[in-house]
Design a protein around this ligand. Structure first.
Ligand code: SF4
Length: 93
């Protein structure tokens, strides 16, 4: 039982860390984000998919509205980086 072994048990390796950070959004299967932008702005769609849907979904504006108000209240044209609109929707403005 050495110090090095104890340290290895408490610190996740790079693969575990990457997996926990880069996990897919739990709302992926019900989210309509793709149909609102995929064909008209494919590059932006790809970037946002990587950044939010397969990355930091908890920072997504659509995710926040879905969580607060329900999936039926998420506008088609609300994109993951539209944080101001999400805040306005959630606060009822
Ligand atoms: S747009 Fe947002 S809510 Fe929809 S799948 Fe991507 S991260 Fe999830």
């Amino acid at each position: 039982m050495g110090g090095a072994n104890g340290l290895q048990e408490t610190i996740p390796d790079a693969n575990e860390l990457a997996e926990s950070i880069m996990s897919q959004c739990p709302r992926y299967s019900i989210c309509t984000f793709s149909s609102s932008i995929a064909e008209t702005e494919p590059e932006a769609f790809s970037l946002l998919r990587t950044r939010y849907c397969n990355g930091n979904y908890s920072a997504c504006a659509r995710f926040a509205v879905m969580k607060a108000l329900g999936p039926e209240r998420v506008p088609m044209n609300l994109h993951p980086h539209h944080h101001d609109q999400a805040r306005a929707l959630i606060s009822g403005r």
